[in-house]
Write a protein that binds this ligand. Sequence first.
Ligand SMILES: Cc1cc2nc3c(=O)[nH]c(=O)nc-3n(C[C@H](O)[C@H](O)[C@H](O)COP(=O)(O)OP(=O)(O)OC[C@H]3O[C@@H](n4cnc5c(N)ncnc54)[C@H](O)[C@@H]3O)c2cc1C
Length: 434
Amino acid sequence: MKTIKQTADVVVAGGGTAGHIAAIQAVRAGVSVSLIEASSMLGGTMTDGGVFMPNHWHSPTQPVVQGIGWELFNHSKQIEGLRVKSMKERYGVDTPGYYSNINVPIYASVAEQAAVEAGVEIHYHEFIGEIVQEGNFWIITSYARGIKRITKCREVIDCSGDADVTRALGLTVDKSPKRQPGTLEYRIEGIDMQQVWEGEVQKIYEKAMEEGELEKGDWAYFGIYPFQWYLQMGGHNSTHIYSCDTSDADGQTKANIEGRARMLRMYQFVRTKIPGAERAVLKTMYNRALSREGYRVVGEHIVTESEFMTAQPYEDAVCNAFNYIDMHNEDNGCDEIFHDSMELLPTVPFRSLIPKGSNRITVAGRILSADRTSLAGIRAQCTCMAMGQAVGAAAALAVRRGTYSRDINVEDIIALTKEHGAVEPNRARKKEYA
Ligand SMILES: Cc1cc2nc3c(=O)[nH]c(=O)nc-3n(C[C@H](O)[C@H](O)[C@H](O)COP(=O)(O)OP(=O)(O)OC[C@H]3O[C@@H](n4cnc5c(N)ncnc54)[C@H](O)[C@@H]3O)c2cc1C
């Protein structure tokens, strides 16, 4: 194994939803950035994992997240030859916000190109194993096939989705014994929906469940939507893996195997039992099963459900977090809790991106410091990207000023992210939450 020693101002752990934006923001602010990503592309859950639906660039009333994520989204749409509709051109929807899909191969390539052009040093197929402190530096050891890399850096940003760096440092994290189910994303194509009658396919599905041909979770939302919905989606984002825990390789392997077994069972059922699906083809399967929640960092502030639902105004808000609470479960599939008004705009305080009692480490994405109910709203992709941009800015400013990211003034973080297109976070409203 080759040992490579190098230095970087900032190391970003994980180039997923939050991490690729953090890296681009930091490097654009003039510091050197090494991005270590365990898989083979940027974007994480939104690309490699096949959840290609970033929520929410805007609410029905205002833009809520823009910045580097929005820039990449627009660039990828331009390559597809699609015009992105402005907020005012889109139709109102019952649920808050608007869904926008990305094209996975294009977005992942556009994001990679932007990172490389900006000067991010990307290391794919590599994972962070150890981290120790040496004076004012971190010494990070990462492993890849044939490579042991030792990187000396000033700031580290944990965007691993499972708090790998925070845990390796022995900082406090939390993991609920009861967690949301995970999912393996795939898509069945070629179902002739004109042949599908909702009542009939519902009965066929229920009989298959009774007879044990299918298992609970193969169709995740049995308690809230008819089975026809699964067919319309071609199974995409429609199954649950109840004991999914991707925080280590054994858990990831187990979830992959269960996810694929569920996928194959459903495909065989659909093709042989559903009228109109005789020629259905299992066309797409994404690389790995995904967790909706795992480890959460215990930070300098823990965002609570009540704060999220009342859009608690934080003095140190660094980005907006517009979304409803989307709590997946085993009982009926999913519980959704909406804000009283679509005018309410929750935010993310900087303190929830700083592990408690730490220096020179920040976090972003679904590992932020929040209770599990509020996390079920904050974890939306646009919010993850906006958090990534904020901590990328904080790390860069800290290196430039020879100080710690935690000591960077929030106004300076906001000013820097705004230079890169970000929306100013809401710091205005408060409402009682029963
Ligand atoms: C099934 C599912 C459906 C969802 N649906 C939606 C939706 O419709 N809309 C929406 O907005 N949000 C949705 N979400 C939520 C959202 O996708 C996630 O919360 C968000 O993508 C998490 O971003 P992240 O950056 O925290 O993690 P990720 O995007 O998962 O990125 C983490 C990255 O870190 C890498 N990594 C992990 N450990 C290491 C290590 N030790 N060293 C190096 N790299 C490492 C991983 O390979 C990965 O690329 C969904 C989530 C799931 C699981």
